[in-house]
Design a protein around this ligand. Structure first.
Ligand SMILES: Nc1nc2c(ncn2[C@@H]2O[C@H](COP(=O)(O)OP(=O)(O)OP(=O)(O)O)[C@@H](O)[C@H]2O)c(=O)[nH]1
Ligand SMILES: [Mg+2]
Length: 497
């Protein structure tokens, strides 16, 4: 039996309908549940907020904590949305790009975007995010378009979200919740799911107060002085503590699970290290073409989609440089501006994979309106993940789509960059050439005459080392090459002066 079930059972018995509730008692209104007469029509106005929130909570009935978060955050069920941004600095083009990205994110989450509004302000309003006067306009826009959700282009405080919802009378969510929702929809592996749930819970935890606060006030009021009443630590609040504790327990378990899964992966990584296979991580903004590039370079059949955050789980494949040396290539989760810190935290183990690579291939969409902005956003996250100092090659992708002048400008602007198209294959040989040059070179130079019976050794030298000279003689293969110390020791028996 959980908090929610008890309280909602109580709420169900409330002898009030939404209409009879005083308009200024928002706390009370929020808890009205009318299961027999659900209001589906988003255009009906006043009752909407209550019904929506009430319905959300009804769906939250559960004995499983995971279900609470699932309902709250995984199935936001966005349908018709209006976007709102506050433009605090930079050019109007920057502000529009940001809102355009929010539109893409919303669509990726399954919403239909009806309208986008930007307000110029020195900073977001503390109480309502946009200015209080603008809230009215937003409300009008919501009514005019028949929207059922407002998405704000930032991370809002729990109070801002609540205040806006009360005034606009439809569901209001922020960019963070939206991104978490997309991640939740896309997570497939056990690790990915655990990471997303952890991020959602840490987003959810500080927001529990407002929600639970309403409930406990309501419970006290309903009891009519029978049990303590308003302001006294009522049953609701005790339950919130219980919920908090359960969430924390769950988060601790998720952290342990993620840690355990990471151990498995780092063992694999260590094995590759022992074999001295250099590793290359593909990083970049979401939708830049990272997975496409991995497929192009290795023939891996990784999912490619014109959607944001198509890839959440790292995929590692073998690839070879133009001079035939083996390396591993790892495709990973894409980044986005203002990536919720809860996600960065939860995906730390995935990001560590990037941090331990020998080289980062940073893919950027050359056809995008603001590629340099994307490059800096990615570098910020890389730095946060401890991968800021790694050698980096910037692959300016989608050359087939991009304006050649813009490509040339970018290439001169960004050091160690190469223009490629994962789609047509243009520039890929040059990219491989650069990867080969950047990868760590094997340490030991050896000269050996390897008998033909040990063809396996020669193959190893080709795969893992750099062959400087090779000659087939009557006695075997005469080699001059750079190899790692392990292979050098094996070759020692065949060494020539
Ligand atoms: N025209 C063109 N489209 C490309 C190119 N590379 C990728 N795309 C397209 O861009 C979209 C995103 O490609 P993905 O490879 O899924 O991008 P990603 O960086 O892995 O994206 P996430 O995993 O979602 O972060 C897909 O529709 C691709 O077909 C290219 O070189 N040219
Ligand atoms: Mg991808």
């Amino acid at each position: 039996m959980t908090l929610r079930r008890e309280e909602h059972t109580d709420a169900d018995r409330l002898p009030v309908t939404a209409q009879t509730v005083p308009a200024d008692d928002a706390d009370l209104r929020l808890t009205v549940v009318d299961r027999e007469f659900p209001v589906d029509d988003p255009a009906t106005g006043e009752l909407d907020l209550e019904d929506r929130q009430a319905l959300r909570r009804v769906a939250g009935f559960s004995t499983q904590l995971t279900d609470i978060t699932e309902v709250e955050y995984r199935r936001l069920q966005l349908e018709r949305v209006v976007l709102v941004g506050v433009w605090t600095g930079g050019s109007i083009a920057d502000a529009e790009n940001s809102l355009r990205e929010l539109k893409l994110l919303s669509e990726t989450a399954g919403a239909e975007v009806l309208e986008g509004l930007i307000q110029r302000r020195s900073r977001p309003d503390q109480a309502t995010y946009i200015g209080r006067g603008k809230v009215e306009e937003l409300r009008d826009e919501v009514i005019a378009t028949g929207a059922d959700t407002v998405i704000c282009d930032g991370e809002l405080s729990p109070a801002q979200l609540r205040n806006l919802e009360e005034r606009v009378k439809v569901k209001v969510i922020d960019r963070t919740a939206l991104i978490l929702d997309i991640f939740a929809q896309h997570a497939k592996s056990r690790e990915g799911k655990a990471q997303v749930e952890l991020a959602q819970l840490s987003y959810f935890l500080p927001r529990l107060r407002g929600w639970g606060g309403n409930l406990s006030r309501q419970a006290g009021g309903r009891a009519g002085g029978g049990t303590g009443g308003v302001g006294v630590r009522g049953p609701g609040e005790t339950k919130i503590e219980l919920d908090r504790r359960r969430i924390r327990t769950r988060m601790a378990k998720l952290r342990r699970d993620i840690e355990a899964m990471k151990t498995g992966r780092s063992t694999k990584r260590q094995r590759r290290r022992r074999n001295a296979v250099p590793s290359v991580a593909i990083a970049g903004y979401t939708n830049a073409g990272k997975s496409s590039l991995l497929n192009r370079l290795t023939g891996a059949g990784v999912l490619v989609e014109d959607a944001l955050f198509a890839t959440l789980d790292p995929t590692t494949r073998r690839a070879t440089t133009s001079d035939g040396r083996l390396f591993t290539l790892t495709d990973t989760v894409g980044f986005v501006r203002h990536l919720p810190h809860q996600l960065v935290e939860a995906f730390r183990s995935t990001l560590e994979e990037v941090a331990e690579a020998d080289l980062v291939v940073h893919v950027v969409d050359g056809s995008h309106a603001d590629p340099t902005g994307q490059i800096s956003a990615v570098r910020e996250v890389l730095a946060e993940a401890g991968a800021g100092d790694l050698p980096e090659i910037v692959a300016i992708n989608k050359a087939d789509l991009a304006d050649p002048i813009e490509l040339a400008r970018l290439q001169t602007l960004v050091p160690r960059s190469v223009v490629v198209s994962a789609r047509t294959g243009a520039g890929i040989p040059e990219l491989l050439e650069m990867i080969g040059a950047e990868l760590p070179h094997p340490e030991v130079e050896v000269s050996a005459l390897v008998p033909y019976a040990r063809g396996d050794l020669v193959a190893k030298v080709h795969e893992h080392g750099e062959v400087i000279e090779v000659e087939h003689t009557a006695d075997g293969t005469r080699l001059r090459a750079r190899v790692d110390p392990g292979l050098a020791a094996t070759l020692n028996g065949f060494a020539t002066a």
